[in-house]
Design a binder for this molecule. Sequence first.
Ligand SMILES: Nc1ncnc2c1ncn2[C@@H]1O[C@H](COP(=O)(O)OP(=O)(O)OP(=O)(O)O)[C@@H](O)[C@H]1O
Ligand SMILES: *[C@@H]1O[C@H](CO)[C@@H](O)[C@H](O)[C@H]1NC(C)=O
Ligand SMILES: *[C@@H]1O[C@H](CO)[C@@H](O)[C@H](O)[C@H]1NC(C)=O
Ligand SMILES: *[C@@H]1O[C@H](CO)[C@@H](O)[C@H](O)[C@H]1NC(C)=O
Ligand SMILES: *[C@@H]1O[C@H](CO)[C@@H](O)[C@H](O)[C@H]1NC(C)=O
Ligand SMILES: *[C@@H]1O[C@H](CO)[C@@H](O)[C@H](O)[C@H]1NC(C)=O
Ligand SMILES: *[C@@H]1O[C@H](CO)[C@@H](O)[C@H](O)[C@H]1NC(C)=O
Ligand SMILES: *[C@@H]1O[C@H](CO)[C@@H](O)[C@H](O)[C@H]1NC(C)=O
Ligand SMILES: [Mg+2]
Length: 841
Amino acid sequence: MELVLMDAMPLLWRRRFLSSLLLFLMLPSLFSWTPASSTLEQGAILQEVKESGWITQNIPSWVAGTDPCVSSWAGIDCDTMGNVITLNLTHVGLNGPVPNALGGLTSLIILDLGNNKMCTVCGPWNHVSGDLAPLANLVKLETLILTSNEISLSSFPMAVLRLKKLSDLRLDNTLIKGEIPVQLSTLSNLQYLYLGNNSFTGTIPGGVLGSLTNLKELAIWGNALTGLIPAELGNLANLTYLNLNKNNLYGGLPPELGKLAQLQKLLLYKNKFTGPIPDEWRGMVNIQDLEANANSLYGALPQWLLKMPSLSMLQLSNNQLRGETLSILNVSTTPGLKFLHVECNYLEGVKPQSQNITAFFDYNCWENESSLDSACVRPLNCMNFLLSINNGKCPACPSGQHLVNTTTCICYGDPERSSSTFRFAAVIGVAVAGVVLVLLLLLSYFLWRARHKTKKQVLVSHPDYFETEMGGSMRRASGIQYWEVPRGVHHFSMEELMKATNEFGKANEIGQGGFGKVFVGNFPDGRTLAIKRAGPANYSSASGLVQFRNEVSLLSRLHHKNLVQLEGFCDDGGQQILVYEYMKLGNLHSHLHGEHQGKDIVLNWYKRLEIAVNVAQALDYLHSFADPPVIHRDVKPSNILLDDNLVAKVADFGISKESSEFDTHVSTKPAGTAGYFDPQYFLLRQLTTASDVYGFGVVLLELITGRKAIEFHCPDEESSNLVEWTKGKMEAGHGGIESVVDPKLEGNYPRELFVSLVELGLKCASFKRNLRPTMKFAVSVLEPLLQESERLPQNFSPSQSLPSSTSTSNMPGDIVSDNRNNRQILDSYTRIEMDTVLFPR
Ligand SMILES: Nc1ncnc2c1ncn2[C@@H]1O[C@H](COP(=O)(O)OP(=O)(O)OP(=O)(O)O)[C@@H](O)[C@H]1O
Ligand SMILES: *[C@@H]1O[C@H](CO)[C@@H](O)[C@H](O)[C@H]1NC(C)=O
Ligand SMILES: *[C@@H]1O[C@H](CO)[C@@H](O)[C@H](O)[C@H]1NC(C)=O
Ligand SMILES: *[C@@H]1O[C@H](CO)[C@@H](O)[C@H](O)[C@H]1NC(C)=O
Ligand SMILES: *[C@@H]1O[C@H](CO)[C@@H](O)[C@H](O)[C@H]1NC(C)=O
Ligand SMILES: *[C@@H]1O[C@H](CO)[C@@H](O)[C@H](O)[C@H]1NC(C)=O
Ligand SMILES: *[C@@H]1O[C@H](CO)[C@@H](O)[C@H](O)[C@H]1NC(C)=O
Ligand SMILES: *[C@@H]1O[C@H](CO)[C@@H](O)[C@H](O)[C@H]1NC(C)=O
Ligand SMILES: [Mg+2]
């Protein structure tokens, strides 16, 4: 009877009426507890929520008018007082913004609106969206789960920050953007905080998260967070789970995390961390699972870590760890370990054996092991890796970072933020910024007055990165962003270039290639630069500009004495123009093949060796400059330019691309020139650093023989190809080294040295990729040869030969042994590849 009456009443009034009725009935207990509303009223609120259309599935047990606590409505739990304290709507197909009515369930302690995507028979998934405002009322909430919805906010939902009792907050995978808010520190009861797989930006707020000392689990993986891991996270004494993977975090791993004695699972993979695993981490005595793969960690693989009794899973693949490790991994040497991943590092010594441990050791620098052709291109023989990178010091920092600590090789992207001088700097900064701002305003006003054409920043789609499965990063264009002109390159206006080149006149044209025409430009400041202008066929509309600017950004970061330096660019009106340092003596191709009418320079044997070394060093730099490596894709003599001093520099990165990272080390777009192009490309459909090695091999043979990569006028196919021709000549009884070397040298060359060069050239131009050495290896062979031959006369007589290493008295011992060592290694490669070919010695 009462129920019938109720249905006729307006809802709001009905609720008031019932609560005042309840007030009377429950007066005694009021002193300790204030009921939000009666059970029946809460049932009515739930009905209202249901009828709002937010719940798309029928829930049969929710019968209007029955008591949700007594009639056991699905997804609802009550306390003994008849308060609805749990609402679980995980599998009812929620759709749209949270209805206001839900805010009436003020006694709720647990609210689960998440999606359980593991469950395949749970009915339609939830799609909760909007600003969550009604939830701000639910001040008793301790658990709020919104996992895998479409909240899609551009900043953290403010309603959530009102819920001071929260101990379990799950906002993972909800498409939220913005920074992690400082107000989060007011939720001091938090024990579980899941913010993973969103688009949070900015740095990890150390002061905020470090103050939430009740935290047991903290997950902020899969965001766009940058900066360092704050040392304050070391204050979270009760933390058992910390997940920071898949962000853009960088710098060294903080020793302070060693204080986390309760930590069981620490996930750091796919960031840009550098430096060693801190010794202080021995303090993580309960660690079971440590995953820091796909970073740039540098230093030894600590033995104490392998021996930690608690540690069962250690994943450190795709880093730059070096040194020796345990030779045997078994229950007695590594008591806890069940899984070990250290593939793709630079570990040395004897390859460890593992008993009853699943271990992955491939692609390191193990003794006597030649690398396999694989996804992870580590040096074929990386014994010299440490010696040849930065003079034996640290490997290159990830892009955008620089080295701040050379003893432990730690890189930082933003030095101001990384030290205690930050606050001081901030104070100064504010003062300076004020002054600068005024000046800038004045300046920009005048500039604007003068001309509003040459802007430093240009509106363009912002390339951000999304991950491929194994950690590679690909670019995708999204949103509109200001593209900042990279440091070190000049943004030329079309007007400037027109002036410098006599309006791209015929007289200034110095070459033409696949990309377009090349002009020489004389600039008012006295500089002469080469201007490479894409033909219309080479720039495509929409993605073209973004692609071009990505290219410019990449090129601007490459600096090497043997790379033709990018000086600037111009993209006015959709043009794609690259401005390079001018190489006066033009390309190597024309010098080798006498196409330099008039100003021909005959390159003597020493110059040729020097060019080979220069080119090898440049390619090695490209390959080891960064993870992912830069692949040139079109190594050939017309892309090797000579300056006034005949120093060779590698040019033409117009078609070079960053390869995708750890997963493949390949790029799939072919580019290149017949005769220099990796023959295994057609088999494998991938270009790798080994493709550049092939091109280099052909260039080396070309330097030696003076023949073209493909001689089109040759009668038979065998001898038209330079690699095949050289192989044939070097076979016993077919002429040997004398029949191979460029006749223009007139016998003026050190015979043995040239035999070595031919061996290296053929080795590099092996058909199979896994037989080709790395550029690093090529450099380690060539450099000592150059050093040795510095003492030789450049005008060699045919009868002279290179003195053997043992008879040289005044040479530093290490060079001798290094060279001999490399020669031995080279010999063994040669044997694998061409067991039928005997080199005359
Ligand atoms: N920075 C430079 N300084 C001097 N000359 C240059 C410079 N860049 C290019 N050239 C000249 O312009 C020529 C054409 O260069 P371009 O790269 O367009 O074609 P290519 O290298 O012959 O062929 P491809 O298009 O396959 O690279 C070069 O061979 C070289 O002689
Ligand atoms: C809600 O229900 C689902 C399915 O029964 C369950 O997996 C989940 O743990 C529940 N949520 C809470 C907070 O108990
Ligand atoms: C992370 O978010 C993306 C996009 O929202 C989604 O496709 C993916 O399944 C999510 N990953 C996990 C593990 O939830
Ligand atoms: C850690 O947890 C224990 C009990 O689990 C508690 O007594 C202690 O106060 C917590 N420490 C901190 C810093 O919150
Ligand atoms: C583990 O290897 C060590 C070193 O070779 C050996 O002494 C020990 O007996 C091995 N233990 C087991 C359980 O195999
Ligand atoms: C490895 O495990 C198997 C059983 O799983 C056991 O029989 C064997 O003895 C173990 N070997 C070592 C070296 O511990
Ligand atoms: C590695 O090679 C060296 C020299 O060739 C040899 O003495 C040694 O026995 C080899 N070691 C292994 C494990 O094969
Ligand atoms: C480099 O870092 C290590 C470890 O953090 C430290 O011991 C050393 O003093 C640092 N060196 C310099 C020059 O900062
Ligand atoms: Mg070129």
